[in-house]
Design a protein around this ligand. Structure first.
Ligand code: 1PR
Length: 540
């Protein structure tokens, strides 16, 4: 029997699904006394360090947890669950951790690197442990802005290190108490094997042949499959795909397949992440769209890489006058299995308000934006902003207040410059805001990642809009996903070589089987670009 400390502050559905898939029975810790009765305890820890410790205190869990850990009973901490074992964290000054491991958790030093550290990275086991039995350097999924540094005082806990800027502790273990900074439940089949090793009865202290690789680990560039989903004219929820956002062909909504089937296929082919965009949710109430929530639930039971869902995340009042905040909508998506949510139109509205009031975040006179509300509860890394820009050509930079770039592709009247106008409602309305302004403001409001589309390139197969991608990714420190226009494998290497984006997303070429994800990965490998092995996906 596995016992889970889920204090209801975030999404642990993925972990529940992974444990269920491995065939273990799971019970929830609901009272402090349950902790000492547990046979095997998992603490996923969600949100911020301070919020996690505060919840443990308010539930009366801190003392029994310390007693359980001191008694060297089987424990697995994941992500914040690792960090809470330390003495404290820069993220929440003044908040004491469980204090089992010497050291303070510190923020990654940005220094040219994107923060959060988000994506697939390897680990370097430091000593023998059955947890990494059979591990051969495969990448695992990380998402965090703070990390534990190896120090002489905690050397006896160090089980594995990972490199990002400097090295940090990606796994710790002493006796039967272990914790990992990566998410085994989101790390494909390799992660499930690691999780199984902890959950099985194999005594954790038994030594095993270690994997020894003197090389530093590297964060892989991610390849993401995107599924634009909407109801077609027959009322079925389908994956569709537009050309420059127009999803109709001879008057009918294009139907490229069933959402869950396609997501399973992409997982099997080695997609590093899967994104669902509910593209007409701006006009419907997303919580009224039960089929979409079901798609997410069913996908998360079978797909063990990160899932993002976007569409309709904003405050809403239903026909009965009941008010739902954007956080309520996001919470329903997280409960259904999303790891990240993506906000499109409402992010534009939030930034317009933010720029108009010229305020710093946290001004109590103004209602916090959806970005702030959701980031506070689920963490910055869970909030993606989907940007839908369109080029606006100008003869010279001084013809607009917006930041322009010189363009290789001249405008219709031979213009040499353009700016990137933000749009809302799936490109139907343009706003007086450029993509760089939006990106920077969203980062300040607490977004953790940007999904950068391009209406001009969407569905054209002519390659990513490199001028746009470069201008935006240079203006922020959070990770950026380049999207729209991929037509061949070379477009992926090009965007990674010319810009410093962390991920590239495509839709049409994958749906139409024109370019398999495996071919993209193989090409990136030949070009020397770090990528997660496609074979890490599972044939389902
Ligand atoms: O505004 O918060 O409700 O979110 C709506 C979401 O739906 C936004 O993320 C917006 O980008 C998306 N969306 C709205 N309308 C469309 C449409 O196509 N008519 N899809 C749409 C945007 C763009 C990408 C696409 C890439 C790659 N789709 O997601 O997958 O361009 O395509 P390609 O590889 O085939 O070129 P809100």
């Amino acid at each position: 029997m596995i016992s889970l400390i889920d204090y209801g502050a975030g999404n642990v559905r993925s972990l529940r699904n992974a444990i269920g898939r491995l065939g273990y029975a799971l019970t929830d810790i609901t009272r402090p006394e349950d902790i000492l009765k547990a046979e095997r305890l998992i603490f996923p820890g969600v949100g911020s360090f301070g919020a996690a410790m505060q919840r443990l205190h308010s539930l009366g869990y801190v003392e029994p947890l310390k007693e359980y850990l001191q008694a060297d009973r089987p424990f697995l901490g994941i992500c914040i669950g690792l960090q809470c074992l330390f003495e404290g964290s820069e993220e929440s000054p003044g908040v004491a951790g469980l204090g089992l491991i010497p050291g303070t958790i510190r923020r990654f030093d940005a220094n040219g690197l994107s923060v959060p550290h988000m994506g697939w990275n390897g680990v370097r086991p430091q000593r023998d442990s059955p947890l990494f039995n059979g591990y051969r350097g495969e990448q695992l999924y990380f998402v965090h802005s703070y990390r534990a540094a190896p120090e002489p005082a905690n050397a006896h806990w160090s089980l594995a290190c990972t490199d990002y800027g400097g090295e940090f502790l990606s796994a710790v273990q002493k006796g039967k108490v272990a914790a990992v900074q990566f998410h085994p439940e989101k790390s494909g089949e390799v992660g499930l094997v690691l999780l199984d090793r902890f959950l099985s009865d194999a005594p954790l202290e038994t030594a095993a042949a270690p994997y020894r690789d003197p090389e530093r680990t590297r964060l892989a560039k991610r390849v993401i499959a995107c599924l634009d989903v909407r109801t077609n004219d027959a009322g079925d929820l389908v994956v569709t795909k537009g050309d420059q956002y127009d999803v109709r062909e001879q008057g009918q909504v294009r139907n490229l397949g069933k959402p869950v089937d396609l997501a399973r296929r992409y997982y099997a082919e080695g997609a590093d992440e899967i994104t669902f965009l509910n593209i007409t949710a701006f006009r419907d109430f997303p919580l009224g769209n039960q089929p979409m929530l079901e798609v997410l639930e069913r996908t998360s039971e079978q797909v063990f890489v990160p899932l993002t869902i976007g569409g309709g995340i904003r405050a809403f009042t239903d026909m009965d006058g009941r008010h739902y905040s954007a956080l309520d909508v996001a919470a329903a998506y997280f409960r259904s299995g999303a790891d990240k949510i993506s906000i499109g139109s409402d992010a534009v509205a939030a930034v317009e308000r933010y720029l108009q009031h010229g305020r710093a975040t946290g001004d109590s006179a103004i209602e916090p934006s959806a970005i702030e509300q959701i980031a506070r509860v689920y963490g910055n890394q869970a909030v993606v902003i989907s940007i839908d820009p369109r080029r606006v050509y100008v003869a010279a930079p001084d013809r607009t207040r917006h930041r322009t770039v010189r363009t290789q592709v001249p405008g219709p009247n031979g213009e040499q410059f353009c700016w990137f106008q933000c749009t809302v409602k799936g490109g139907r309305e343009g706003r007086d805001l450029d993509a760089i302004e939006l990106a920077q403001a969203c980062e300040q409001l607490g977004a953790g990642e940007l999904l950068l589309n391009s209406i001009d390139r969407d569905g054209t197969g002519t390659g990513f809009d490199l001028a746009l991608v470069e201008a935006v990714s240079r203006s922020v420190t959070i990770p950026v996903i380049a999207s729209s226009g991929a037509g061949e494998v070379a477009h992926f290497s090009e965007v990674f070589e010319v810009t410093d984006v962390e991920a590239a997303l495509a839709a049409g070429i994958f749906h139409r089987r024109e370019v398999p994800i495996t071919a993209v990965k193989a090409h990136l490998k030949v070009r020397g670009i770090e990528t997660r092995e496609a074979s890490q996906g599972k044939r389902v």
